[in-house]
Design a protein around this ligand. Sequence first.
Ligand code: AMP
Length: 395
Amino acid sequence: MSDLVLVVNAGSSSLKYSLVDAATGDEPADGIVEAIGEDRGALTHRGPSGEHTDKRAFTDHEDALRAVLDAFEQHGPALADADIRAVGHRVVHGGELFSEPTVVDDALLAAVEELVPLAPLHNPANLEGLRVARRLFPDLPQVAVFDTAFHATLPEHAYTYAVPKAWRDEHHVRRYGFHGTSYAFVSQAAADLLGKPVEDTNLVVLHLGNGCSVTAVEGGRSVETSMGLTPLEGLVMGTRSGDLDPAVPAHLNRQLGWSLLDIDRALNKESGLKGLSGVNDFRRLTELRDAGDEDARLAFDVYVHRIRKYVGAYYAVLGRVDAVVFTAGVGENSPSVRAAALAGLDRLGIVVDDGRNEARSRDARAVSPDGADVAVLVVPTNEEWEIARQTLAVI
Ligand code: AMP
């Protein structure tokens, strides 16, 4: 029997997929359908015979997933022979209802629907992916893996906002946290690298990608995290502001007459690195900064200052830290962010070795000197593999 899982990540206008061997992490094929519902749609499939692109319009997620099945048929590997065990779905918001990966049934669909007000941008698309995959794979078990689930262990004092009781009780206003599958994968891999059981390991894990967040992981459990009710709070991100005075939306509403929805959109889509420098892609930002662009310099400085503040805060939350861990696109690939964010923290036992930090590698590795009090690690994340593992564990 195989350990193959088809991992599906349905966004509002995209559908990412990956065929993953849950035992080894091998990915015999993966791909993405982009611009679903628009004229300029495209399916890119990578499989045993290389990369294939099919440019056409995809009317909806069902059309997109049918095209993915055709791509498997045409370019391989043939799904009929692959003996897939299950479909694993990324679902962004599990609210207070889901703290574990869960087999998809009618009750789960209704519950994810109920959670739409908490994640209006993400959960409707995830739901669509669940429904379509159930129709197209009626004989395969389907499992929902929630981005919030890893943070179900947050203590009450960490997840509670100091707001009126009715908001908390009736409207579920609290910190949830996101990037959970990444944290689950990276925490285990970091403990393995340190040669310690994850249960005895305290970590500050920085997930720095398009979205950025940081989590204090105590003995494998999330005890504090920077994203909140939504993925807007915390670190500076590609297009999201992260932390700001909660009075800012009301101020702008009074000053500009903008609706709260418009302000929310700008804080999610026009802020962060993009708001500061005009570009949201970190590679581009690095090029501009290297060329002497002042806005890019400021964006970089604000970005790393925010990270540093959180490292200090989460050090205090944990009391004892075994490692500071960098992951995701920026965390894995930007030595300058790692060096700048942790510079001058040697009194906390945190030191970056310049040679190790600059060396390029795709492997999990330490970039601190041997014997440092607090290891600084770079650990490539693999959310697809984690979803596949959790999916098989449930079925
Ligand atoms: P992710 O969401 O994990 O795919 O991360 C995407 C972010 O990582 C984008 O801002 C990329 O520009 C950034 N990134 C990817 N490769 C590099 C690199 N070599 N140097 C700096 N940033 C990178």
